[in-house]
Ligand binder design. Structure first.
Ligand code: 3PY
Ligand code: MG
Length: 274
């Protein structure tokens, strides 16, 4: 029998190949049918299950993650806070990666890595019977234990003034795979909020600094986008991981546009909102 070489992780595979940016969708409504509808979006690599700002509790997360994984797409969980028990719950239900909001320091990044990795690297507890089936081929529990540290993704959001000030140090933390920008919080925290979708020059400069810090450390960079057009803009700037829409704003936009088309009033530009 061929030896097991790693947990299948479509998002990590795109990063490793390095030939194109990865696109994903943001799930904020609860429900496995929503997860499946999103995961069926052509040409996406990941669906993010948003336990920070979404209407998604622990049970809904346990429904969403397997539904997404079953369609060959990486389930990524944004935890509500940088707390080890939240990271453990997300990884134990089979997430291919976690996204941690509102990081502040390089020590926060080291704490996040410790919570994400099994010993001897970190201090993640072992015992979930649910994680294995979210990978194809399905690993044994021992294979999961042996390959999780190298296969799963630890991603942190750079969206506070403090994290921006030490972003180069955060990027260097071993085990951090992606610096992901939350433009709304970053704008608020540096005094240049995104208003009506506009990214001011000061916020743009911060975004470029974060991208460059990730690159210099050999890490990936990502950014939350409110539309496909904005995702294309940031992909052209060299970002590796772009969201294209949330389910909430996508649904609202689709209905608004359908009404407009039915009234003979043409296409509607998507609002820059969640
Ligand atoms: C932000 O823009 O602050 C985000 O975290 C996007 O989800
Ligand atoms: Mg945010």
């Amino acid at each position: 029998m061929a030896s097991f070489t790693g947990l299948s992780n479509p998002l990590r595979a795109v990063f490793t190949e390095g030939e194109r940016p990865s696109l994903g969708v943001w799930q904020m409504f609860p429900g496995a049918n929503i997860s499946r509808a999103l995961a069926k979006t052509p040409d996406i690599d990941w669906v993010l299950v948003d336990c920070e700002h979404g209407n998604i509790d622990d049970g809904a997360m346990h429904d969403a993650v397997p539904a997404i994984a079953a369609l060959g797409v990486s389930p990524i969980v944004r935890v509500a806070d940088n707390q080890s028990w939240m990271i453990k719950r997300a990884l134990d239900c089979g997430a291919h990666g976690i996204l941690i909001p509102l990081l502040r320091t390089a020590q926060d990044a080291r704490d996040a890595v410790n919570a994400s990795k099994f010993p001897p690297w970190g201090n993640r507890g072992f015992g979930s019977p649910f994680a294995m089936e979210r990978f194809n081929p399905v690993p044994s529990m021992t294979e999961y234990l042996q390959h999780a540290n190298a296969s799963l993704l630890t991603m942190v959001q750079i969206e506070t003034k403090e994290a921006l000030a030490e972003v180069e140090d955060i990027a260097e933390v071993p085990g951090i795979d992606v610096l992901f920008i939350g433009p709304f919080d970053l704008g608020n925290n540096i005094g240049h909020p995104v208003i009506n979708g506009e990214i001011k020059p000061e916020l743009n400069a911060a975004i470029v600094r974060i991208r460059d810090a990730a690159r210099a450390a050999g890490k990936k960079s990502g950014i939350f986008c409110t539309s496909g057009a904005q995702a294309k803009h940031f992909a052209d700037m060299g970002f590796d991981m772009l969201s294209i829409s949330t389910d909430v704003s996508g649904l609202s936009h689709a209905m608004t546009e359908a009404v407009s088309l039915a009234r003979g009033e043409g296409k509607v530009e998507k609002k820059a909102s969640y």
